[in-house]
Structures are given as structure tokens and as C-alpha cells.
Ligand binder design. Structure first.
Ligand SMILES: [Zn+2]
Ligand SMILES: [Zn+2]
Length: 269
């Protein structure tokens, strides 16, 4: 199983996950053209992409969804509630491109589970994407949590023990506090329905990383209120200081680039 981020942050998000030559996209918040360009930068073609799963209707997650679905002739998977609010912004779609899903479904040969996050959109979801159980093959799962103001029970339930984790490290609280944002925006970001800061996500990771966890990717960093260096040092500091039997400091932690793709990450069998 492999995965990567193709863009990450408030200017646009897209994650690619797959196995062999089949992939799915989680969100496409950059233009269709940028997405195809970013794929080519890591030597991937769009031909294996079988669908786009939408986490929520904010523009940094759906900007290119309609265009890309039309171009690649692939379906879009979203809950009934999200379809209601996205309909007008995705443009014309064929009936079979509009797939209404509930909490679990399959796409590109992978099992997708949606769980609610706490965010100021109509609905918003984190995901756990797993390889279907097969004899002689290890169970593998990638857990995703971005766009949530708090760590929820559902996050704990679904992210604990994932083989890879893509999690939001949106802001550094000090930088937000003394940064240029107006008070109402600071309040929104910090609020229950805003975003996770570096320390919050590190506390979550203390629970979620288990012996089998191979990689962690910090995603959706704010351009104004965080830097890759601060996010990484805050999270690694908390993981290293943790007491307990798990050796959390040995798990590689990456930062998702804002405008460019991360190199493809392949989970070990
Ligand atoms: Zn959002
Ligand atoms: Zn977002």
C-alpha cells in the first residue's frame, strides 16, 4: 500500500492512497491542472485514479474535484449531506459520477471508513483507509485526520494503531496569538470547530502511534501561524519526552509540503 500528499494547507489539499496501480484521491483542493502537474512530478499518471473521496465542502478541499472528475471520468464519493452543499460548486456531473456514501464503502479496491471530525462545515470527516483482509497479506491501514478543532473520541478509536498517519498540525499557538490574524479568526481557528495545533496533535499521536506505525505525516500547516520547522520540533519534542514502553522517537515524522507533492511513501509488508 502506498500514499502521499499532493498539496497540503489552506491553499489546497489532496492525498493519494492506493495499492499497485490503483489509487484514490482524498479531496482535490487545488486545480485539476495543478493536481496532474504534481502527480507527474512524482512520476505517477492519473490513469490509475478510480475516484475522489470528499472530506468536507470547504474550498481548500473541493476546488478541483468537479473538473478532475470530468477530465478523468471518475466518480466522486461523498455523504448525502455533503452533496447537498457541494452540488452548486462542482459543476455538471454524470449521474454515475455522483456517489452517495455512508460511513463505509470501497473505492479503488480499498476499504474506506469515514468518521466525523469537529469542524465548521456542514459535515466533516476523517478517514481510515485499509486494505481488505486477505490471507497471507498483512493488514495495513492509513489514518487521516485534518480539519478538526479538537481530538475526538472517534479519532482515538480509528487512528490508534494505523500503519501510517496523516494528521493536521495547523498552527503554533504562540504564533497564532502574536500573529496578524484578526481576533475573530484566531478564535475560530482555536475553537472547537477550527483546527488542531502542533501540541494537540502531538498529544493525539502519543496514543495513536503503536508498534506497527511506520510513518507520520504532519499536514494542513498554516502559512502564517506555523512553519515546518516549528511543527516538527514541537511534535518530535513531545514524542521524545513521552514516558512508556513505546519507542515513539523512532517513527519517521514528515511534513507535507504546501504546494508540491511529498515523495510517494510505501508501507512495508
Ligand atoms: Zn475545512
Ligand atoms: Zn482545510
Amino acid at each position: 500500500m502506498h500514499f502521499t500528499t499532493l498539496a497540503s494547507g489552506s491553499s489546497g489539499n489532496a492525498i493519494l492512497i492506493g495499492e499497485d496501480n490503483r489509487h484514490l484521491l482524498v479531496d482535490c483542493g487545488i486545480s485539476g491542472k495543478s493536481l496532474l502537474h504534481n502527480l507527474s512530478q512524482i512520476n505517477l499518471s492519473c490513469s490509475g485514479i478510480e475516484g475522489i473521496v470528499v472530506t468536507h465542502e470547504h474550498v481548500d478541499h473541493i476546488r478541483g474535484v468537479g473538473i478532475l472528475a470530468r477530465k478523468l471520468k471518475i466518480p466522486i464519493y461523498a455523504t448525502t449531506g455533503l452533496w447537498k452543499v457541494m452540488n452548486h460548486s462542482l459543476g455538471k456531473l454524470a449521474e454515475d459520477q455522483r456517489i452517495e456514501v455512508e460511513e463505509s464503502f470501497s473505492c479503488a479496491g480499498l476499504d474506506v471508513l469515514l468518521y466525523p471530525t469537529s469542524h465548521d462545515s456542514r459535515e466533516s470527516y476523517g478517514l481510515k483507509i485499509s486494505r481488505p483482509k486477505k490471507k497471507n497479506k498483512k493488514d495495513l491501514a492509513v489514518g487521516i485526520a485534518t480539519d478538526s478543532g479538537i481530538i475526538t473520541e472517534e479519532m482515538h478509536r480509528h487512528l490508534k494503531g494505523c500503519d501510517a498517519l496523516i494528521v493536521e498540525a495547523n498552527y503554533d499557538d504562540q504564533r497564532l496569538q502574536y500573529g496578524p490574524y484578526p481576533a475573530y479568526l484566531k478564535k475560530r481557528i482555536r475553537g472547537k470547530f477550527g483546527h488542531l495545533d502542533n501540541k494537540q496533535v502531538a498529544e493525539g499521536l502519543l496514543e495513536w502511534i503503536q508498534e506497527n506505525t511506520q510513518r507520520v505525516v504532519l499536514a494542513h500547516l498554516s502559512q502564517e501561524n506555523n512553519t515546518p520547522e516549528i511543527a516538527l520540533s514541537t511534535v518530535l519534542g513531545i514524542l521524545r519526552d513521552s514516558k512508556g514502553s513505546k519507542n515513539l522517537a523512532n517513527v519517521p515524522v514528515h511534513v507535507a509540503p504546501r504546494h508540491s507533492p511529498h515523495e510517494l511513501m510505501v508501507l512495508m509488508e
